[in-house]
Design a protein around this ligand. Structure first.
Ligand code: GLP
Length: 248
């Protein structure tokens, strides 16, 4: 029997500031619901203002993250775990520390040893504790979610991956040059992400216009991994600013 899916809710907002407020509202609704909550917070530039808005609310006593556990979305392989350029370091500076989330409530992806086995164990432990309640995701310029690079299919599990030239080029600005960017990474798999209770996909800026339209209006398939949000188990909200939606 074919599974039926609820269409994503697409909410077009005026500008990045409105996007940050709307995203913070959506996150607060989930986090302030009864009981413990497991979230996956993407790094990348798009959600930075959202996390800053949450940090502001937290400082004013209007956002309480005490029930939140965090699962890391993606990470580079081949750099020291203490290096500030790890995505964990980025998440620590933008999410964990500003929101007062203790390191003991964070599941950090494995980056050494037998990565296939360690990632499988990570998925199993995550499923055991009830999976993801809310995944806050960004959209790669090549259609990736986390580091699920094209081609990635909906059944992909948490695993080591090779980064594509497009992603290496997009991330070169954080590393000085393309040669410095790690070429390998680990990522939560699409199958893990698509099981989340809720997905909040944040998309901002004209440069994402073509890919957001392909993801939401083109064929669903592994060439645009983000297109699989249209087959997610839970609810999906895409918050997109007008520059990204209209391309101008
Ligand atoms: C990066 C990250 C993703 C992120 C995406 C979009 O490479 N691995 O987790 O969501 O690309 O980044 P940005 O928001 O900076 O466009």
């Amino acid at each position: 029997m074919a599974e039926s899916h609820v269409e994503p809710t697409i909410e077009v907002v005026d500008d990045p500031a409105s996007l940050a407020r709307a995203a913070a509202d959506a996150i607060a609704r989930v986090v302030h619901a009864e009981g413990p909550v497991t979230i996956v917070p993407a790094t990348g530039e798009t959600p930075v203002d959202t996390y800053a808005e949450l940090a502001d609310r937290h400082a004013r006593g209007a956002f309480d993250a005490s029930a939140v556990s965090v699962v890391q979305l993606d990470e580079y392989v081949g750099i020291e775990r203490e290096d500030r350029r790890t995505l964990f370091g980025w998440m620590d500076r933008t999410v964990l520390t500003p929101l007062g989330i203790d390191a003991r409530r964070v599941a950090r992806l494995p980056t050494d040893g037998d990565l296939v086995a360690a990632c499988a164990a990570f998925d199993a432990a995550l499923a055991e504790r009830g999976g993801i309640d809310l995944a806050i995701l960004g959209l790669g310029a090549n259609g990736h979610l986390g580091f699920n690079e094209p081609p990635s299919d909906a059944a992909s599990v948490t695993r080591p991956v090779q980064l594509t030239p497009a992603t290496i080029a997009a991330n070169a600005r954080y590393w000085g040059s393309e040669n410095e960017v790690p070429t390998r990474a680990v990522t939560l798999g699409l199958s893990t992400l698509l099981e989340a209770g809720e997905i909040l996909l944040l998309v901002s800026g004209e440069a994402k216009h073509e890919i957001v339209r392909r993801a939401l209006e083109g064929p669903v398939g592994e060439d645009v991994p983000a297109s699989f949000v249209r087959e997610a188990r839970g609810s999906v909200t895409v918050l997109v600013d007008r520059a990204a939606w209209d391309g101008q």
